[in-house]
Ligand binder design. Structure first.
Ligand code: HEC
Ligand code: HEC
Length: 293
């Protein structure tokens, strides 16, 4: 079932789909707020379903491996990340390692955020420091015995390739901006690619969709293949979908994609949406049929 994103329609009616960061005095923090939207942090770290406070965590992710709960990333000194330095944040986002040296489960998509530029992490930190602190205690994940935290080192060794985004001089600025948004921030490939049994992305089918998406639903092929991907969507169709969730057939994005749009992409500038579109359209088309049952 597709649900109409009412909140989204309302905000667009009110003319609100420019970055809503104008109330922040510090331009660095305002940029951080924009990046937080672009990177999709809000949807995962806010338990909207239970009216949880902004970025206070507690959202449950039910996966075949068990149930994970996002942590509180407000600046509360006891329950949030109020005592974290910028280096701590950078290490979590780019190395998947916490301040005490523990490794993070890759549901936290540091596998993509590792490509973030240092100045963007500074901006994120500046913004996170301005968020109202919430004293909400973190909840332990509910995982089977064979998934202890120390097993993550092995996973990281197998599948995690840390490293900052490097622009491709053979491509124009628009493509490079799109590549950075898609690969470092909006982590589209984390949902739109098939994974093996150990949860590693199948590199050969990156962005070509999967029948076994994060919440068990299928996720479409978004390479420009004409039959099985988005090859027949015009640039304008694609841009409109990413901003509003409305597809060329008049259907609305459902499931996780409606959140990605409501909480993230709908806040992006027209230029950034256009850059994402040009990057997607330039991907090698992959013929891969993802059947929706
Ligand atoms: C797909 C959901 C998801 C997205 C998107 C996401 N996170 Fe997380 N994040 C998690 C989960 C789940 C954990 C806990 C991982 C663990 O326990 O190993 C986590 C952990 C963290 C931590 C560690 C907190 C602690 O107390 O140790 C920080 C900081 C963090 N995320 C910040 C961010 C920021 C900033 C963004 C956006 C740039 C972001 N996250 C995007 C799900 C997400
Ligand atoms: C949290 C998982 C997730 C992330 C991250 C994500 N998507 Fe999606 N996407 C989905 C799902 C699920 C659908 C199917 C939505 C539906 O059933 O209506 C979808 C649908 C789409 C579609 C429609 C394709 C079609 O054939 O109908 C496009 C285009 C798309 N996503 C592009 C993107 C782009 C670009 C990004 C990154 C900027 C992205 N998505 C990030 C889960 C995700």
């Amino acid at each position: 079932m597709r649900r109409l994103p009412t909140a989204l329609l309302l905000t667009s009616l009110l003319g609100g789909w420019t970055a809503g960061a104008d109330d922040l005095a510090d331009p660095q923090a305002a940029r951080g707020e924009y990046l937080l939207r672009a990177a999709g942090c809000v949807a995962c770290h806010t338990d909207s379903e239970h009216k949880g406070r902004f970025l206070a965590g507690g959202r449950a992710f039910v996966t075949p491996q068990g149930t994970f709960y996002s942590p509180n990333i407000t600046p509360d000194p006891d329950h949030g990340i109020g005592h974290w330095s910028e280096q701590d944040l950078a290490r979590a986002l780019t190395k998947g390692i916490g301040p005490a040296g523990h490794r993070y489960y890759p549901l936290f998509p540091y596998t993509s955020y590792t490509r973030m530029r240092a100045e963007d992490i500074s901006a994120l930190k500046a913004y996170l420091d301005t968020v109202p602190p919430v004293a909400r205690e973190n909840r332990e994940h509910d995982l089977p015995w064979y998934l202890p935290r120390f097993a993550i080192s092995l996973w990281q060794w197998l599948y995690f390739r840390p490293g900052t985004f490097v622009a491709d001089p053979a491509r124009d600025d628009r493509w490079n901006r799109g590549a950075y948004l898609v690969r470092a921030l909006a982590h589209c490939a984390e949902c739109h690619s098939p994974r093996n049994d150990l949860g590693g992305i199948d590199e050969a089918l990156q962005m070509a969709g999967t029948r076994h998406g994060p919440d068990g639903e299928s996720v479409p092929n978004i390479t420009p293949d004409k039959e099985t991907g988005i090859g027949r969507w015009s640039d304008a169709d694609l841009a409109y979908y990413l901003k509003t969730g409305a597809d060329p057939d008049g259907d609305y994005a459902g499931g996780l994609m409606s959140e990605v749009i409501d909480e993230g992409l709908s806040h992006l500038s027209d230029e950034d949406i256009t850059s994402i579109v040009s990057y997607l359209k330039a991907l090698p088309p992959i013929h891969h049929l993802v059947v929706d049952e």
